[in-house]
Design a binder for this molecule. Structure first.
Ligand SMILES: Cc1cc2nc3c(=O)[nH]c(=O)nc-3n(C[C@H](O)[C@H](O)[C@H](O)COP(=O)(O)OP(=O)(O)OC[C@H]3O[C@@H](n4cnc5c(N)ncnc54)[C@H](O)[C@@H]3O)c2cc1C
Length: 379
């Protein structure tokens, strides 16, 4: 039995390892267009690789109803047991779970070694251009398959591999491809934030639609960019706004969620120079920015109000080049609950190429493992 896997990143390797372990006699191979396996994974979690989240909630994913049954079938404990048995001990920081080494590089090297040892073949520097009737066609030649697993990711950060080039091919084969959008990206705002570039501040972030309906609320560190907002909480916000649809959103930052406006006002006046004191509560450029929102520059009450409710109008999302995940992909209505194609025999889909995406915090890599295990168990 020949199992061909298109994409030699995390979903592909997880599936290859699980299948080869279960069926040592099978020929299992991955085809990867990059010059090495797992290229994107070295960059994950700021080089630490946030592999799992200990609190795998369906609402942290798009299509939360659809994903519920997978999260029930593969609860956190099952995933950690599996990885630990595979020789990947884990480190938990709150709900975020990393390899014990806290190093994406060590994790990747181990996974590649393991795949090698199991006898999984890897064809790198080879781009798949089409498939059918048991043959994968590449820019270098062809490979025979009995089972075909698509694990080619989305379209985010194509410098790391996934360029979305197989979606048109799948469309030609009759698949419904849900339009691709960048997810987990910085947001450009209408307000000019040039002077704030590089400033970081913890905030409670809220977003409203043009009917003033609250769409999102989450606390976290905001990183100001020269033309907008970034940071994990903003990445999560971006995906929620894409899913909400539309392009008129108001984003508010409460820079002091643990203080009321009156607390800040009292704090300011407990000091001989209330105005100057308020500046010291935030980084200097942020203080200037907040002050510039005021009609009357010496309005202490107004300053406190603005610290609690700094408002930005959404302009646009950054592009795929800056996005961590792709929203859209192969429609979930084209696969069974075992992730088998409903259109073609012996064809499976795993990982990010499916129309599933999660928030920051290990949800996307968790899905890669869950989907790979789903397919290996189905065989
Ligand atoms: C900077 C960054 C940091 C991230 N950090 C985290 C994190 O800490 N935790 C988390 O959960 N998620 C994180 N993510 C998201 C996560 O990395 C992805 O969701 C995950 O890598 C998807 O895995 P995949 O194997 O499905 O696809 P990918 O990792 O995108 O891999 C697909 C592979 O298929 C190959 N390929 C594509 N087309 C072809 C073709 N035609 N022929 C041959 N090969 C092809 C690509 O080259 C690529 O190597 C991060 C993403 C980025 C960009």
């Amino acid at each position: 039995m020949n199992v061909g896997i298109i994409g030699g990143s995390i979903s592909g390797l997880y599936a290859a390892i699980a299948i080869k372990t279960k069926y040592p006699d099978y020929t299992v191979y991955v085809i990867e267009q990059n010059d090495r396996l797992l290229k994107k994974i070295y960059a994950t979690g700021n080089g630490h690789c946030n592999l799992l989240n200990a609190d795998l909630k369906a609402e942290r994913y798009s299509h939360s109803k659809w994903i519920e049954s997978y999260l029930k079938r593969f609860p956190y404990q099952r995933l950690t047991d599996y990885l630990t048995k595979l020789g990947i001990p884990l480190l938990r920081k709150g709900d975020l779970v990393y390899p014990l080494s806290y190093s994406a590089g060590s994790f990747c090297r181990y996974l590649i070694e393991l795949a090698n040892k199991l006898g999984i073949k890897a064809y790198v520097n080879e781009k798949v251009i089409d498939y059918g009737k048991g043959t994968i066609k590449t820019d270098k030649g062809s490979h025979h398959y009995d089972l075909l697993i698509f694990a080619f990711g989305g379209q985010s950060q194509s410098n790391l591999g996934s360029d979305g080039s197989l979606f048109p091919v799948l469309k030609k084969h009759g698949y419904d491809i849900v339009p691709l959008r960048p997810g987990l990206v910085p947001i450009k705002t209408k307000q000019k934030t040039k002077g704030l570039k590089g400033v970081r501040h913890e905030a409670l972030v809220k977003a409203y639609d043009n009917h003033n309906q609250l769409l999102f609320e989450e606390a976290g560190e905001v990183l100001f960019k020269e033309d907008g907002l970034s940071g994990i909480v903003i990445f999560n916000l971006s995906s929620h706004l894409v899913r909400a649809g539309g392009d008129q959103f108001r984003i508010t930052l409460d820079l002091f969620p643990d203080h009321t406006e009156d607390d800040l006002f009292a704090l300011a006046y407990s000091n001989p120079t209330p105005g100057a004191y308020l500046y010291t509560l935030v980084e200097y450029p942020l203080g200037i920015y907040v002050r510039n929102q005021l009609k009357n520059l010496s309005d202490i009450r107004g300053f406190c109000k603005a610290l609690k409710n700094l408002s930005f109008d959404f302009d646009s999302f950054y592009s795929f080049v800056s996005s961590q995940v792709t929203i859209g992909g192969v429609s979930l209505s084209d696969v069974t609950s075992e992730l088998v194609s409903k259109k073609e025999e012996s064809v499976y889909f795993i990982g990010e190429c499916l129309d599933v995406d999660g928030d920051c915090g290990g949800y996307n890599l968790s899905w890669c493992l869950i989907s790979a295990l789903t397919v290996s168990e189905a065989l």
